[in-house]
Design a protein around this ligand. Sequence first.
Ligand SMILES: *Cc1c(COP(=O)(O)O)cnc(C)c1O
Length: 232
Amino acid sequence: MMEAATSISRNLQAVKQAVEDACGRSGREHGGVTLIAVSKTKPLSMLQEAYEAGARDFGENKVQELMDKIPQMPSDVRWHMIGHLQTNKVKYIVGKVYMIHSVDSLRLAEEINREALKKNVAVRILLEVNVAGEESKFGITVSEAASLAESIAKLPAVRIEGLMTIAPFVENAEDNRIYFQKLRQLSVDIARRNIDNVNMGVLSMGMTGDYSVAVEEGATCVRVGTGIFGER
Ligand SMILES: *Cc1c(COP(=O)(O)O)cnc(C)c1O
């Protein structure tokens, strides 16, 4: 007998379908978007349900929570650190996470580099850009991004893979389209500089309220929590 799909597995399928639809509307190839299941504050049982339903990319925003969850989940999970990262906590996650989305200073990148060299690994990072210029948010400004990329590019164990943004909280997702367009344009501008050791292939943008618009504007990674796991 077939088991009834859990709500997490149904949600996951619905989000995947919506991503596919957004790809279709914007003439993008299907399969070009990674869905990150943002599991912060959620218990392990819910992560396991998502894993069984096929999720392999999980996003967390706190170092302690990552450290607790990583050893309890299968080793093929790709963990994404999406929250603000303090330099004194870098040592706990280097070598354990697939990508750090929230790099917003040279000092933080240098610390990541130091730890990565110690552990003999390379660390994939994204530069977090505060595209809307919100005071309450972390992230560099659009005008700082290229020069920060140039400085970080010199660190041998850090690989810049692209850009990330957290768009404003809005009622109407369309209001964020302009910020997604700006992040994409910034990534094109930086890619044109052909900086050694800097890749602009990843655009991490879009959350539960606005991921369809983000995909239409070129997101390669969407970070969806509530839409998969329910309200926090
Ligand atoms: C919590 C969080 C998300 C997911 O938010 P939802 O609105 O629940 O989808 C995405 N990105 C970051 C950086 C987050 O902290």
